[in-house]
Design a protein around this ligand. Structure first.
Ligand code: B12
Length: 103
């Protein structure tokens, strides 16, 4: 959905470590990070990735959006993400807003 709406998407697959997210952002210069979690036990890693972005001094240069079955808008707020959407259509609108593209 993001790709057909003009975003260049790098899909890192599943079981992605915080270090792998950081390395890919450095490699590509990505402006937007999307993280999905299927389980409450893995959604905590979203918080850890945001912490590591802060520790690396990268947080001001990238917008972060989160989603997935157990993820909520309040979780996104709690961990300091920039946004949450509940489905793929919402994710595109959110991505456009975060990038200042309207939509
Ligand atoms: C299919 C499924 C499985 C399959 C997964 C197959 C696979 N290879 O992917 C199998 C059978 C393997 C499985 C196993 C398990 N599952 Co399961 N599973 C599901 C189920 C029915 C559907 C998940 C799915 O793929 N949905 C379709 C996708 C497209 O939806 P989605 O991920 O939610 O994504 C949408 C939105 O969330 C959003 N979105 C997603 N990511 C992002 C990211 C961003 C940035 C944004 C903006 C939006 C966004 O957009 C998407 C499109 O609308 C859900 C229940 C449900 N209805 O969600 C349970 C569910 C996720 N499973 C659950 C559980 C507990 C398990 C197991 C732990 C069970 C067990 N005891 O073994 C294991 C864990 C396996 C593992 N290691 O991950 C629980 C999780 C509960 C929790 N709070 O953590 C759920 C919610 C079921 C339940 N109600 O209990 N599962």
């Amino acid at each position: 959905m993001l790709a057909v709406n003009g975003f260049q998407v790098y899909d890192l697959g599943v079981n992605v470590s915080p270090e792998a997210f950081i390395a890919k952002i450095r490699e590509t210069g990505a402006q937007l990070l999307g993280m999905s979690a299927l389980l409450t036990t893995t959604m905590t890693v979203q918080r850890e990735v945001i912490r590591q972005l802060e520790a690396e001094g990268m947080r001001d240069h990238i917008r972060v959006m989160v989603g997935g079955a157990p993820v909520t808008a309040s979780w996104a707020d709690e961990i300091g993400a920039d946004g949450y959407a509940e489905d793929a259509v919402g994710a595109v609108g959110l991505a456009q807003r975060l990038m200042g593209l309207g939509g």
